[in-house]
Design a protein around this ligand. Structure first.
Ligand code: GCU
Length: 343
């Protein structure tokens, strides 16, 4: 498509190089993986949704080379599990189960388990690097220009929960997808890029520095995002304020770095700040990389997205729904349909 003419293409790079570029220049390098994780149950509700589900409030304790710490997460699973069930790891905005962004009963009814991380429990959504796991990693609250910001730490936490999920016999380990909305959609894409164990990384309305191509977005620019949320990224990213055309990559690299697993990008028509066209064209621009790596690309018509579009035939999937910026039931229904349709 014409609008992709000036978008860099990672086609001749291996995945490690693609990821390295994103980490060095945008998100910062994540801390090393924990060498041990353990979870303790803080409390349990066996009667959740009238008893068809179990809700546990859990604590994940981890040991890593850079320190030991813990954070809370929730685990909801169907009560009667005959064979292992697929699951989501949802990084969410609120400490609530269910939540307006997490229709938990519907998710359980669809036969999925769900692990929820309330992102502020991992480390707060502000420039304070002294709390949560940030405080352990950066003992004096400062970081080097290529060390990760908050998005990197939230993505890291999804992988730490994934370590624990791998130990659960009731979960289909090969069917665990990571999902987030908006800033946490950016986080889900980064978690997918840095952790090959996920089945699918799901980006809901992730916008700038998520799925949306920075060069062509008509919504948020790097200047806007680094002014309001400098701490989400590494300090190197500031070099590209008003210099989108000098970026040695674009956000199609973040989608490409999700090889070898699936990725799902969703837009909402009323979400101009995230720029649906730029999110969709990013999938188009990453498609060739998926195909080169032996996967299916992005199957789409030769036009921009329209309300009601649902493209589920590739390993890059997409939908555009009506209304505005949110992770709602329509989105969840599409995600579940797609995951269920995968062999
Ligand atoms: C702001 C920010 C976006 C972000 C959004 C959100 O609007 O500019 O980049 O995606 O918050 O997380 O809700």
């Amino acid at each position: 498509m014409k609008r992709l003419e000036n978008i860099p293409n990672p086609i001749n790079m291996d995945k490690k190089e693609v990821l390295d570029l994103l980490l060095k220049e945008e998100y910062g390098y994540l801390p090393s993986s924990p060498y041990a994780v353990e979870a303790s149950e803080e409390n349990r509700d066996e009667g959740f949704f009238g008893g068809k589900a179990i809700l546990s409030k859990m604590k994940l304790h981890f040991k890593a080379e850079w320190g030991n710490s813990e954070f809370t997460f929730y685990y909801v699973r169907p009560k009667r599990i005959k064979e292992p069930v697929p699951a989501f790891i949802h990084i969410n905005f609120r400490d609530l189960i269910p939540d307006k962004y997490q229709p938990t009963e519907e998710i359980i009814d669809a036969g999925y388990a769900i692990f929820t991380i309330y992102y502020n429990d991992v480390t707060t959504d502000n420039g304070d690097f002294t709390n949560g796991i940030a405080g352990v990693l950066y003992p004096d609250g400062t970081r080097k220009p290529d060390q990760c910001g908050k998005i990197g730490l939230w993505a890291w936490s999804a992988s730490a929960v994934m370590d624990y999920v791998q130990t659960l016999p009731e979960i289909r380990k090969d069917r665990v997808s990571v999902i987030g909305h908006s800033r946490l959609g950016k986080t889900a894409l980064l978690a997918g890029a840095t952790d090959e164990r996920f089945f699918c990384a799901i980006s809901n309305d992730s916008g700038n520095s998520g799925a949306a191509l920075s060069r062509i977005t008509t919504g948020e620019k790097i200047r806007d995002i680094t002014r309001s949320f400098p701490y989400w990224f590494c300090e190197n990213y500031r070099k590209y304020i008003d210099k989108e055309n000098e970026l040695p990559f674009d956000q199609n690299y973040l989608i490409a770095a999700n090889v070898p697993h699936k990725v799902y990008v969703a837009s909402a028509v009323g979400d101009g700040w995230a720029c649906p066209d730029a999110e969709y064209l990013s999938c188009v621009a990453a498609s060739e990389y998926y195909v080169k790596n032996g996967l299916k690309g992005f199957e789409h018509p030769d036009r921009l997205p329209e309300i009601g579009d649902v493209f589920h035939n590739g390993d890059i999937a997409y939908h555009m729904r009506d209304f505005g910026h949110a992770l709602n039931r329509t989105d969840w229904n599409h995600y579940i349909d797609y995951l269920n349709s995968c062999k």
